[in-house]
Design a protein around this ligand. Structure first.
Ligand code: SF4
Length: 523
């Protein structure tokens, strides 16, 4: 087989434009069409002015800078320095910025100033999917995953560790100061590097000790990222955050595209999930504008209080218990029948357990019912039902036992079991894509509020990936409809656009719709 000629100095008679080098279904085109579709109201919500300042050097267009960040997050480039390099080297970025090369300072300043408002853009991606009738909001799954903070685990200390570190640092500072003073050389203008570092460490330790004293319930603090907490992850114990997410699947359509949209996202400091269930359900209801018929959650979210709130919200939830094996015990308290007339329970053998007292267990009040120890001792179930020889079996009935019992009965049905099987296929691939394809093994920023903004931007990028996978299967006409939906979702629609929308399917042809839309957008 002959070898092709290699000529790196090849010139072009008619050089192609950048636009010709980007395929029609390239994700960068989708990002550009989303950014270009944002209305004035959405830009204002993001705190960005499209008009710039009257004086000074011309600034980069916000559409270019926002596009670079979103495309970067989508494709796993999240650092401003790497984005700067990409804007010089990579054709999609060159096309996105119109062959301009914003440096990392410009990119970082833009993100830093507007990242707190990214939640509006996240909501817009969800609302756009809802308005395009892409989402199956009837079902949603919630889960959390631990993501490492931008901090080393071994810089996490408890009070004792901090005290010892402070002692060592003070000693090191004293030694360094003595060495400085012992020499014949005149005192340097600046502090020696080692001494400066030791003093910096002492200030860090003192600040951490103050933080621990102020925060109730927290026993450890990380010196690099004071908000990161030690959490158990698949990589072992890490200093990190718990990324909570609610996802809903795409509707099954002719194009056979599958995927999920994140409808709620939160980076939290608590490693346990159960306190996050209700806030996450509320958030997904707010972003989608609808209460999902069915929520799927793992045992980490299970609690009587959560079930009670779900009942109040009329929200069905398929969620197993963390200690399901206990339910198989034939002498579980669910197998004792309650007699409301006498406020007592009848055990499987027939003994009556009467109300004894109120007791406080782990800060929760429970009603205690008991029978006769002599009866229990002679019972064939003694040793399984109870091992208490004197008091016999005691039933502890908590405030939410009725809700727990109802939910247990429902979870035993085939319907609930079939529904629950869908949980893994919905939420776990979403975390897989975020970690493997978008490269999020650790957060880049430090501090809870910055992490929260990073989580929102990740969720936007994730949703854009899903929407793009659907977008490439659409006709040009339908792609134009997306522009309208984004503008609707951003509450930007002017009077002309409202009219356009209300009559769009009856009077105007697609070409007319697009022409009006372009005119309005330009205005
Ligand atoms: S041990 Fe006591 S409470 Fe339990 S089944 Fe036997 S008699 Fe009933």
């Amino acid at each position: 087989m002959p070898v092709r000629e290699l000529n790196r100095q090849q010139t072009w008679l008619l050089p192609p434009t950048l636009d010709e080098l980007i395929p029609d279904d390239h994700p960068v085109r989708f990002v550009a069409s989303v950014v270009d579709s944002l209305g004035q109201a959405m830009w204002e919500k993001l705190g960005i002015s499209l008009n710039g300042e009257p004086l000074g050097a011309p600034a980069y267009h916000p559409r270019a800078l926002l596009g670079v960040w979103l495309y970067g997050f989508m494709t796993g480039t999240r650092s401003s320095r790497k984005l700067e390099a990409a804007c010089r080297d990579h054709i999609p970025y060159l096309w996105l910025t119109g062959w301009q090369h914003p440096d990392h300072n410009t990119l970082w300043r833009f993100y830093k100033e507007h990242r707190a408002e990214m939640r509006h853009l996240f909501k817009l991606t969800v609302r756009t999917a809802v308005n395009m009738d892409l989402l199956d909001i009837a079902v949603q799954a919630v889960d959390g995953t631990k993501i490492q903070a931008n901090a080393a685990r071994d810089r996490t200390y408890d009070v004792r560790g901090l005290q010892q570190l402070l002692k060592r640092t003070d000693m090191a500072i004293r030694e360094l100061e003595e060495q400085n003073e012992a020499g014949d050389d005149p005192s340097p203008v600046h502090l020696p590097e080692k001494l400066r570092q030791a003093q910096f460490l002492r200030a860090e330790v003192k600040a951490a000790m103050e933080q621990l004293a102020e925060e109730e319930g927290h026993k450890r603090v990380n010196l690099t990222d004071g908000d990161a907490k030690l959490m158990k992850s698949r990589q072992g114990i890490v200093a990190g955050y718990n990324l909570e997410a609610v996802v809903s699947p795409l509707k099954v359509t002719d194009n056979k595209k599958t995927g999920v949209i994140i409808t709620g996202v939160e980076a939290v400091q608590e490693p346990e999930d159960h306190d996050q269930l209700i806030p996450m359900l509320e958030q997904s209801e707010e972003t989608t504008g609808t209460l999902a018929d069915m929520t799927l959650a793992d045992a980490g979210y299970h609690s009587g209080a959560n079930l009670a709130v779900c009942e109040q919200r009329k929200q069905m939830i398929a969620m197993p218990e963390s200690q399901e094996h206990r339910l198989k015990n034939p002498y579980h308290k669910d197998n004792f029948s309650y007699d409301a007339n006498t406020d007592s329970y009848i055990c499987p053998i027939g003994q009556t357990l009467e109300f004894l007292e109120m007791r406080c267990i782990v800060n929760k009040a429970v009603r205690v019912y008991g029978g006769l120890g002599t009866v229990c001792r002679q019972c064939s179930a003694f040793g399984i039902c109870t091992k208490n020889r004197y008091r016999g079996r005691e039933l502890l009935i908590g405030h939410y036992d009725a809700e727990l019992h109802r939910h247990r009965e429902w979870m035993a049905t085939d319907e609930a079991k079939t529904l629950y099987k869908r949980r893994k296929e919905l939420v776990e691939p979403a975390f897989g894509i975020i970690k493997e394809q978008m490269g999020v093994r650790r957060f880049l920023l430090r501090g809870w509020s910055n992490i929260q903004a990073e989580a929102n931007t990740l969720a936007i990028a994730f949703n854009l990936r899903t929407l793009w996978s659907v977008w490439i299967s659409w006709s040009l006409e339908k792609r134009r409809l997306l522009v309208i939906k984004i503008q609707e979702s951003g509450h930007k629609i002017s009077g002309a656009l409202s009219i356009l929308h209300s009559y769009s399917n009856q009077i105007l042809s697609p070409v007319q719709k697009t022409l009006i839309l372009v005119t309005v957008c330009k205005s």
